[in-house]
Design a protein around this ligand. Sequence first.
Ligand code: RP5
Length: 164
Amino acid sequence: MSSTFVAILMGSDSDLPVMQATISVLKTFGIEHEVRVRSAHRTPDAAKAYVKDAEERGCKVFICAAGLAAHLAGAVAGMTTRPVIGVPIDNGPLQGHDALLSTVMMPGGIPVATVAIGKAGAKNAGYLAAQILGVADQSIAEKVKAERAANVIALLAKDEAMQA
Ligand code: RP5
């Protein structure tokens, strides 16, 4: 029997500090996840084998992070019809602009839902995965709504404190 989970793939273990933001969001919502290092360039065969195996075991969303010539999300998107979220990592001399364009500029028919460069994008990748799962899972949808409502209250409270 397969159980629903999100797979987080990263091109290198050096991407992990940024991707902790994704892991943290998924933990907040109690979403099962796996974290693996698989590279489109350095370990293409292992990347493909993982994607196929993860699909069979119940992976519903793939989150792929890479920096520089960031082809991991695009390569994974070519291997699966599950939603693929791409996180451009902000390392290297171009500070993630290279990774952003490599991730987002996909040919028609093979989409990658690309989030912002770096930590904000990594965080949003977790939220987007939760929202995708929430379409079919009411309990996750409710948690996402509750978290948003709590954020509104917290922000307005900060504003109120500022005015005092
Ligand atoms: C990319 O190259 C990885 O995703 C990483 O962001 C970047 C550098 O990798 P390392 O040289 O740190 O392993 O493929």
